[in-house]
Design a protein around this ligand. Structure first.
Ligand SMILES: Cc1cc2nc3c(=O)[nH]c(=O)nc-3n(C[C@H](O)[C@H](O)[C@H](O)COP(=O)(O)O)c2cc1C
Length: 182
């Protein structure tokens, strides 16, 4: 059993993260979902609470920890951070070390020795934008592992690289990481 912090950011692919959350739980992992404010407008925290069996969090000002320190407590407790889907905005904020959300704060509070994985999802032109490429490279240099994106039809009706990897592939990448593989 791995304690997974599942970060969900505001992408059209957010709905896939609900299924991913459910599959992670069914695979025997403990999952704590943390949504950004944008993600909470696209899907509800309650959907994640239902499948995770714990309260999904999306607001640092409405903490679950009695002392209000969710970003510290959650980062300390987690074995692994998985951000899926990861928006262009998340990549930029994280590359710059900003902490303007609960997710942003706990990214900074998480020990860098623990696995940190991001699964980008965005329009193909956004994904090929030089700023996004630069931010992606910064995260990878900082020790983050990336899964995807893949080519295919995107929610905006375009075709190209930017589509979020399906949950089965994320699960298999995670399993191989946890077993010490590639
Ligand atoms: C309907 C809708 C779909 C969106 N889909 C994406 C997306 O797939 N990828 C992305 O990078 N941004 C997408 N955005 C823009 C982000 O939601 C926006 O940049 C937001 O500030 C991201 O905040 P967050 O990173 O804190 O979640 C979308 C916005 C809307 C309204």
């Amino acid at each position: 059993m791995t304690r997974i912090l599942l970060g969900v950011t505001g992408s059209a692919a957010c709905f896939k993260a609900v299924a991913l959350c459910s599959e992670l739980v069914q695979s025997g992992h403990e999952v704590q979902p943390v949504l950004t404010r944008s993600a909470s407008r696209l899907v509800t925290p309650l959907q994640f609470s239902c499948v995770a069996g714990c309260r999904a969090l999306d607001d640092e000002w409405e903490p679950s920890d009695p002392a209000g320190m969710d970003h510290i407590i959650l980062a300390r407790r987690a074995d692994l951070l998985l951000v899926a889907p990861a928006t262009a905005d998340f990549l930029g904020q994280t590359a710059a070390g900003l902490a303007t959300s609960l997710l942003g704060s706990l990214v900074l509070a998480m020990e860098t020795e623990k696995p940190r994985i991001f699964v980008p999802a965005m329009n193909p032109r956004m994904w090929s934008n030089p700023a996004v490429k630069r931010n992606t490279a910064t995260l990878e240099r900082d020790g983050w592992m990336r899964i995807g994106p893949v080519s295919g039809p995107t929610a905006c009706g375009e075709e190209g690289e930017g589509r979020m990897v399906e949950s089965a592939e994320i699960l298999s990448a995670l399993t191989s990481l946890l077993q010490g593989g590639e």
